[in-house]
Design a binder for this molecule. Structure first.
Ligand SMILES: Nc1nc2c(ncn2[C@@H]2O[C@H](COP(=O)(O)OP(=O)(O)OP(=O)(O)O)[C@@H](O)[C@H]2O)c(=O)[nH]1
Ligand SMILES: [Mg+2]
Length: 329
């Protein structure tokens, strides 16, 4: 998963990036890949002592200013989700800047759509469906409605996918506040919700300072500021729920690994995530729910009590399922 941190100049993107990196000397021009903390992986690692441990990861980009300028849009276009960073440490006019970001994102989409429509009108009738769809998108933008709020079918989303339109991507909005923040965030949070986005507030400056303290003391500091978890943990959790992701797990002496996957995915899709061979030669999926394994970390014992499931292609994978795909190619 890739998340582009975008926003108006000076909104605090780079400070947030460094807080996510856990280092004030992090190079913000580079992609930042962070591990998604996962207690389950920690437990399985302790149990197996594997050669390799692979947590799920999220990569962040600090999109330079002006973020929505065609030259800088590349990072947004290649990302899974867009994150607007809103200044609530100095200016605080968040409703206004939120709408400004939305509008700049839509203008950039409009330019792409108009160019394509102009070309399509010269082409054959075969592209009628695409042209109609793009005209609907143009109308939506002209009415200041971001594309993510349109009612689109899977097929229509497939047609639009190659254009990597920014306002169609899932949206995360992060208020960057110092202490209490300049403004109350209730209103902007409601506005973001109306726009189909997820909202959270972070004190990036404070979180960055925290990086200088020993890890075991940080929880207490965060708690004293009224935060249940670190900004990084909260951003990652929000991104997971925004994108409707869960993780299934694989384990063994060689590797313990978390695999992010869309909620509602089948065992066959999970197999394909691991390797196309596993999907091609899929026979069945052996499933141990993580909680059962944590309680009784012994496959022989679990088999005796009938706690290990064997499922076909259609099985819907649950968060924390420990999978072993039986296959033959
Ligand atoms: N106190 C406080 N200061 C902050 C916070 N976030 C950013 N700042 C300060 O605001 C200034 C701009 O922050 P940056 O993180 O560089 O903002 P940016 O969005 O990367 O800015 P550009 O890349 O120049 O557009 C810096 O001097 C930061 O120290 C915050 O949460 N608290
Ligand atoms: Mg910056």
């Amino acid at each position: 998963m890739k998340i582009a941190l975008a926003g108006q100049p000076g909104c605090g993107r780079s400070t947030l990036y460094k807080a996510l990196a856990g280092s004030s000397s992090a190079d913000t021009s580079k992609p930042l890949t962070v591990h998604v903390p996962d207690d389950r992986i920690d437990f399985l690692t302790e149990h197996w002592n594997p050669k390799s441990i692979v947590n799920a990861t999220v990569t962040f980009f600090d999109v330079p200013s002006p973020a929505f300028n065609p030259r800088n849009m590349g990072r947004i276009k290649e990302s899974t989700a867009v994150a607007f960073v809103l200044d609530n440490y100095a200016l605080g006019n968040m409703d206004e800047t939120f709408l400004q970001n939305e509008s700049e994102l839509m203008i950039s989409d409009l330019a792409i759509i108009e160019k394509r429509v102009a070309r399509l009108t010269k082409e054959s009738k075969a592209k009628q469906a695409e042209a109609q769809l793009l005209l609907r998108c143009m109308e939506s933008i002209e009415n200041e409605i971001p594309l993510r709020l349109m009612d689109l079918t899977e097929q229509e989303l497939d047609i639009l996918s190659p254009f990597t339109l920014g306002s169609l991507k899932p949206l995360l909005v992060i208020a960057n506040r110092a202490g209490e923040g300049v403004c109350d965030e209730t209103e902007v949070a409601q506005l973001v919700d109306k726009h189909g986005g997820a909202f959270l507030g972070i004190d990036s400056g404070f979180e960055l300072e925290l990086c200088d303290f020993p890890e075991e003391d940080r929880g207490e500091f965060l708690e004293s500021m009224g935060f249940a978890a670190s900004g990084k943990a909260r951003v990652l959790a929000k991104a997971y729920s925004l994108l409707d992701l869960i993780s299934f797990l694989t384990m063994g002496k060689d590797e313990v690994r978390a695999w992010p996957i869309k909620k509602g995915s089948s065992a066959l899709e999970a197999a394909g995530t691991i390797h196309s061979d596993l999907a091609r030669g899929f026979i069945r999926a052996q499933v141990i729910p993580y909680d059962l394994f944590q309680e009784t970390p012994d496959e022989v014992e679990l088999r005796k009590t009938g706690s290990i499931g064997l499922h076909g292609k259609e099985y819907i994978v649950q968060d924390g399922d420990i999978l072993e795909i039986k296959f033959s190619v």
